[in-house]
Design a protein around this ligand. Sequence first.
Ligand SMILES: Cc1ncc(COP(=O)(O)OP(=O)(O)O)c(N)n1
Ligand SMILES: Cc1nc(C(=O)O)sc1CCOP(=O)(O)O
Length: 512
Amino acid sequence: MPSVNVSLYLVTERSFLPPGKSVQDCVREAIAGGVSIVQLREKTATGREFLRLARELRDICAAANVPFIVNDRIDIAMAVDADGVHIGQEDIPLKDARRLLGPNKIIGVTVKTIEQALAAVDGGADYIAPGVVFPTTTKDNAVYLGPSGVGEIIAKVRQHNATIPIVTIGGINSENVSAMLREVEQASGGFKLSGVAVVSAIMKHQDAQLAAHALKSCLVDNVVNVEGTLALANSDLVERVVSLLQRVREKRPFVHSITNNVVFEMTANIILHLGGSPIMAHSIDEVEEIGNSIDSLILNMGTLDKFRIASFHKAAQKANSRNVPITLDPIGCGFTSLRRQAVAELLSSTRISIIKGNAGEIGFLSGSMETSSRGADSVGKLTDPATVAMTVAKKYNTTVCITGAVDYVSDGTRVVRCENGNAFLGLLTGTGCSTTALIASFAGVAEGDYLAASVAGCTVMGVAAEMAAVKCGAGGEVFGPATFRTALFDAVYLLTAKDVQKYARVFCLDDK
Ligand SMILES: Cc1ncc(COP(=O)(O)OP(=O)(O)O)c(N)n1
Ligand SMILES: Cc1nc(C(=O)O)sc1CCOP(=O)(O)O
């Protein structure tokens, strides 16, 4: 039997599907997004339902030339002539499964220990699945191995001289997968995983194709036999980010920040580490003069007062007169009447090149009732952030960037999804303002392409966060948000064009 491609393995769970979506549609979309193998796992289905679903999914998978695997039920796998089965340590033993299915069917085995892994290899399994690699709520009481535990199993299996595909499972999503793959490779002494298996990261997604695509793009070069760099992201956009990064480092744009008291030092440093030249000044007595020589202006509405508002207007007038891009970070703009009035006045009297905010802030500007602000924090969720970004961009004739676990950027015509990032970013105050500072630095050299500048800012922050998060765990230098901050700033400073090309996950949503 040729080696099975387990690079992106979808395991189904109907109860996770968004309302109105069928498991068949989800599987079709996921295959279009790059899933390489599908397993039907429906623990609550009756035997008949399971059989019917198995038949339908077998046909969908066969049409796409993707192997179709049945979880646990060898009888159903045989009845529908599936490509194979997946069994756990409590299921029918591998030896009996092989006797029933014959040599030409795929048998995958869950393993939790090195002993179980070697036994499955010696018993003739076609792939093994050590896990869970991260805690998951999809399966109760799953034994947690962590990336280091998975790495140890891979090391022992490879030292045993086995080339069997190894796929891990449990709590994997597009935010944690890149870092996890690198950690596993490190812990195994340099052996890569053959793939990742996911349930919720695809099944819960409104757009399973996009979800699969995002995961798949993280596998490039990090998983055995998944090669290439840009094919899965929008390569033109990635190249634009690379060229903006080079331009910032060559031209050192002079970026003026009128920003909040919490992030003064952080903003100056992130601009400096990227390659720009920061100036932090908010006195009304000098902002106009400073405006004579700057390349980019940031108006950040945190810790707002009437003096800062007056400085905003004076600096903005000067910037508009010189065609210098202005990036507005409307912190908590719907939260108090001072902020509501300030943002309304600024947007009606000033040409703003980019508005960068969280869902609560941009939701407020769109008139949406789905989100609100509690101070600087966003409350609630936008059902369709891509459309909200586009609506606000059109309304204010600007470029809009909504930051969150996934960022959306729109210039009113196009929408781009930026998927890099890491959960640590949410634990460190000021990372949103730092993204604004990166965007503004790129805007200073973007020659009017503010969509690209915004995508560049979000992507650099996201990729740097992923690279910093790799240093978390056994033997690493990141223990929590404080050490993450140091690693993040270093990652921005050290970021190369190659890193961007390898890790950027940016997608132009051309159906908008
Ligand atoms: C790819 C993959 N890995 C692991 C499992 C878990 O299988 P098992 O241990 O049999 O547990 P249940 O799925 O039966 O709950 C899997 N299904 N697929
Ligand atoms: C089906 C399954 N088996 C596991 C094991 O380790 O044996 S973990 C798991 C569920 C993984 O779901 P999610 O991708 O949503 O975390």
